[in-house]
Design a protein around this ligand. Structure first.
Ligand code: ARG
Length: 561
């Protein structure tokens, strides 16, 4: 990877300086540019232009086989220009650096709550987390996908009480989540009139906690039915959570007592108005509440037990929690308590993300102001995708439309999310999301289908590598070759920044260049047979990189749209 070489060489020549390597906006400014001369000259109090010339001389000496020339520009930029032969020779090199070799990373994502529908917030976690896990795996990390199910808390006492009063097992079997939601809502409605229900719920939860066989059985059934629904969503979304480590908050119930005792023994947890807290004032945070005055443990307590378990059993270099912005304080507290407990060197990161907004810029919700269920979103986008696919191919059989539409729909949803930085709120604009001519998932899938059509039409004319690649001299060919060179960097940056938008942009630019190429250059009807095969080799490399890059984003390609 040239970019890595450039970075490493400059670091070796001028150790201890922080500098940038960029791709300049125009070809006249070279293939890569660096500001290193400013940084070093400032420290050494010399003229940056003079230093830039030294940098160029050194690079030309060390990188003679790759570099055509190196120029000093403006007050001291260093612009390097690659040899065409070097670029041509790199065509088959994918260049994703194996920086994760020997390191384990746990990526926790999705983490829905049982007995409730997965909602649009879980959609973002699921999409972003799955893509990050893919990227880490591509970089050679040993990735453990982790799903932390919300399956514990006093609300399950209420649900059990409601079930015992008003159960409808047929409905529960047919539409499990709807039925659980109905029971829960009914319980709350009835509670307004019959306040004694509150106690009943508490009592059922107490029995559940104490291991009462009937309540355990009911709760287990709720959990299994919910997991079945979640897995159905994961299938539709083509994410790899079915093979994840699935742990529930309930799995840590048994560890809480000893965890709390240890925290007390170490003087970290203290009583405050009957509750047990960890004081975090030195960290500038509100106290972490471990146990309420009524003895109930909390989300944070269970998260702490789970964190300890993850570190002890998996010994990961890193744990990523892909969870909405709203939970920022929770994770700051969790990580602060972890530091106090000295749980080792595992790095913990909260990968935060923003809300989903409707086209009106307001938080996306149902007409009654409720959160939107994930399944509704999936149904809507699939219906719209089917219309787009039908319009493109009127002659397509219904089954094919269905199959293609579901891949297009999921690609549209994922790309719409990942092309933006996770922190940002994202807008659900169905038309833009599905626009075959815009910066959308379907546009990238369409570009891939076009490229694979070219390769199909080429028939026997096998793509080749080797000397014929020297025939790739058209400016759009050079631009494509040059862009291909940065694939590995784009992938590595995603892991570095915990964001996929850089890779999405990279792929969009690759698709734009590919479409320009296709419009400007004859490929299958090139009259020079050698060059035709070199061009096919380029098309094949571009298609391959598009496919690989989209796969990292969790987006499948299609041979035709
Ligand atoms: N179940 C929670 C929710 O739906 C998210 C859990 C996030 N992960 C964690 N380790 N706390 O809001």
């Amino acid at each position: 990877m040239f970019r890595q070489w450039l970075h490493d060489t400059l670091t070796r020549l001028y150790p201890g300086h922080l500098f940038d390597v960029l791709v300049p906006p125009g070809a006249a400014m070279g293939d890569y540019s660096t500001n290193i001369a400013f940084v070093v000259a400032k420290a050494a109090k010399v003229n940056p232009r003079q230093l830039a010339q030294e940098v160029c001389d050194a690079l030309m000496r060390e990188g003679a086989e790759m570099l055509a020339r190196c120029e000093v520009a403006g007050p001291g930029f260093v612009n390097v220009f690659l040899k065409d032969e070097y670029l041509q020779g790199q065509l088959g090199v994918v260049g994703v650096p194996a920086i994760g070799q020997g390191k384990r990373v746990i990526v926790e994502y999705s983490s829905p709550n049982i007995a409730k529908p997965m909602h649009i917030g879980h959609l973002r976690s699921t999409i972003i987390g799955d893509a990050l896990a893919n990227v880490y795996a591509a970089l050679g990390y040993d990735v453990v996908r982790w799903n932390f199910i919300g399956d514990w808390g006093t609300q399950f006492g209420k649900l059990i009480a409601a079930y015992k009063r008003w159960k409808d097992d047929a409905a529960l079997q047919a539409h499990p989540i709807n039925e659980m939601l109905r029971l829960y809502v009914k319980f709350h409605d009835e509670m307004k009139e019959h306040s004694e229900l509150e106690r009943e719920g508490q009592e059922e939860f107490r029995k559940l906690e104490e291991g009462d066989a009937e309540n355990r059985e009911i709760w287990k059934r709720f959990r299994e039915l919910s997991m079945g629904e979640f897995n159905r969503m994961y299938d539709r979304l083509a994410v790899r959570l079915q093979a994840a480590t699935v742990k529930g908050e309930s799995d840590y119930e048994a560890d809480l007592k000893s965890l709390i005792e240890r925290l007390v023994a170490q003087g970290l947890a203290t009583e405050s108005e009957g509750a047990l807290i960890v004081d975090l004032s030195a960290e500038g945070l509100a106290p972490a509440l471990l146990r309420k005055s009524d003895g109930a443990t909390l989300y944070l307590t269970r998260d702490l037990a789970s964190l300890e378990d993850r570190i002890e059993k998996q010994n990961p270099a890193k744990i990523l929690y892909v969870v909405a912005n709203q939970q920022a304080l929770h994770f700051e507290q969790l990580f602060a308590v972890k530091d106090k407990l000295r749980l080792g060197s595992t790095e913990t990161v909260h990968v935060k993300f923003g809300m989903v907004l409707g086209e009106d810029g307001k938080k996306l919700a149902t007409r009654e102001g409720k959160v939107i269920a994930l399944e509704e979103v999936l149904d809507e986008v699939t219906k719209r995708a089917a219309a787009v696919v039908k319009e493109k191919n009127a002659e397509l059989a219904d089954d094919d439309v269905k199959r293609i539409a579901s891949t297009v729909a999921v690609g549209a949803l994922k790309y719409n999310d990942l092309r933006q930085h996770p922190y940002s709120d994202i807008v659900f604009d169905w038309d833009a999301m599905l626009d075959l001519g815009g910066n959308s998932g379907p546009y990238l899938q369409y570009t891939y289908a076009r490229l694979s059509g070219i390769l199909r039409n080429a028939g026997d004319a096998k793509a080749i590598a080797g000397p014929a690649l020297l025939l790739l001299t058209h400016p759009t060919e050079r631009a494509l070759l040059r862009h291909l060179l940065d694939f590995g960097h784009a992938v590595a940056q995603c892991a570095h920044l915990y964001a996929l938008n850089g890779l999405a942009l990279y792929l969009y630019e690759l698709a734009e260049l590919a479409n320009r190429y296709y419009e400007q250059v004859r490929i299958n009807d090139d009259d020079n047979a050698e060059r035709k095969r070199a061009r096919l080799a380029l098309v094949s490399a571009v298609a391959g990189r598009l496919k690989d890059g989209l796969a990292l984003l969790g987006i499948e390609v299609l041979e035709r749209i």
